[in-house]
Design a protein. Structure first.
Ligand code: ADP
Ligand code: MG
Length: 364
């Protein structure tokens, strides 16, 4: 197992990159803690696979260094890095049995037969394939083959890190949950450094202790699920995570007040006078229907009943303002005002969160 340090890393697929736009991975400095489980979350095309392949050595970065426990591995090929990587689509040897496929990474490293047998049995149990160990991989479903790929990724206990690149894409939904649970169990048991790539926020938030959110070739936030929910550092984190995501409204901010349209909205802290494109962000969970004349004037568009709660979809001058209300809440047809919980309102300048100067009532 290893701590993995990315030092001034950047990557462009172009031979002579010019500006930032030419980089699939923009400059990145980050330390992946030894033995921690991370999810790497972001929309398709944001650079997740590029980053993972640089860590595993399948791709050589245009700039920067990769260190495993302070040893520079930038020049090492994948085999020397001692890493297990599982890809989106199955990589199995069709002519080999399931057993031999699972045993391959161990035998390849010269493991003793008794250990190989024991380990293959344990992994087969984890992926639910004990009954088909003797069968050839050829002819198995894509789903089953992907489980073999996962098993092969997990079979070695001595790897520096386990990298998963959207490994459950071809797996059916129920088995997805099952396998994710197994991966978590494996992490608890062996404490490998794990990086799990996904574009699915639920998968990311349930798998990992820490989520690394990428957007447009950049890591925009590293945080616990709570931190991503409460204090999105970038507007992308705000609207990508959550269902629906954070409401964002153009505003002017003066101290502890935001002015949206002509309406003054109290904030939970003093933010000074941020410049650039200023927005306030508030999650639908902290938006309530106004009683009386206070709050922001909105237009009610529709109410969605999603079982455990209702999503009230409104609009303020073309910008979405959504609220989440309890299951039994009555939503008046003439709802026209909503209120934000001041403590839950974040302030953004050019998409990045502005740190408050002081909390209300607390000396700076
Ligand atoms: P993700 O895994 O998040 O979907 P990728 O890392 O695959 O994203 O891709 C990041 C960006 O780099 C995308 O714009 C993609 O088109 C580009 N890209 C990926 N692989 C290559 C390649 N081999 N050659 C050129 N461009 C690539
Ligand atoms: Mg990818």
């Amino acid at each position: 197992m290893a701590k993995i340090t990315l030092d001034n890393l950047a990557h462009s697929y172009l031979p002579n990159p010019g500006g930032e736009d030419d980089y699939a991975l923009k400059e990145l400095n980050h330390v992946w803690g030894d033995g921690e489980a991370y999810a790497l979350l972001g929309a398709s095309g944001c650079g997740k696979s590029t980053l993972l392949n640089i860590i595993s050595g399948l791709l050589h970065p245009s700039r920067g260094r990769i260190l495993f426990n302070d040893q520079d591995v930038t020049g090492q090929v994948t085999a020397e890095r001692n890493i297990a990587q599982v890809f989106q689509f199955p990589v199995v040897y069709d002519t080999m049995s399931v057993r031999d496929n699972l045993a391959f990474p161990l035998r390849n490293r010269g493991a003793k037969p008794a250990y190989v047998a024991e380990r293959v049995q344990a992994i087969a149990k984890m992926i639910g394939m004990e009954d088909v160990l003797g069968r050839k991989a050829r002819g198995l479903t894509a789903d089953a083959k992907q489980k073999i790929s996962l098993g092969r990724g997990m079979v070695r206990e001595d790897v520096n890190a386990l990298l998963f690149d959207e490994p459950l894409t071809v797996i059916d939904p129920h088995m997805k949950w099952e396998l994710r649970t197994q991966l978590k169990a494996l992490h608890h048991e062996f404490g490998h450094t794990m990086i799990y790539v996904t574009h699915d926020q639920t998968e990311a938030l349930t798998f990992a202790d820490k989520v690394v959110v990428m957007h447009d070739g950049r890591v925009v936030q590293v945080g616990t699920p709570e931190e991503l929910f409460e204090r999105p550092e970038h507007t992308f984190v705000g609207y990508f995570i959550g269902s629906p995501g954070m409401n964002l409204l153009d505003a002017r901010v003066e101290g502890a007040t935001a002015i949206v349209g002509g309406t003054e909205i109290p904030l939970g802290a003093d933010y000074g006078r941020p410049e650039g494109r200023v927005q306030i962000g508030v999650r639908p969970e902290f938006v309530t229907m106004a009683e009386g004349a206070g709050g922001l004037a909105v237009r009610l568009k529709r109410v969605e009943d999603v079982g455990r709660h209702k999503i009230i979809r409104c609009d303020f001058e073309g910008q979405a303002v959504n609220a989440i209300a309890p299951e039994g809440a009555e939503v008046p047809a003439d709802l026209s005002r909503v209120v934000f919980d001041p403590a839950a309102v974040n302030v953004y300048s050019d998409d990045w969160r502005v740190a408050p100067l002081s909390r209300k009532g607390v000396a700076a």
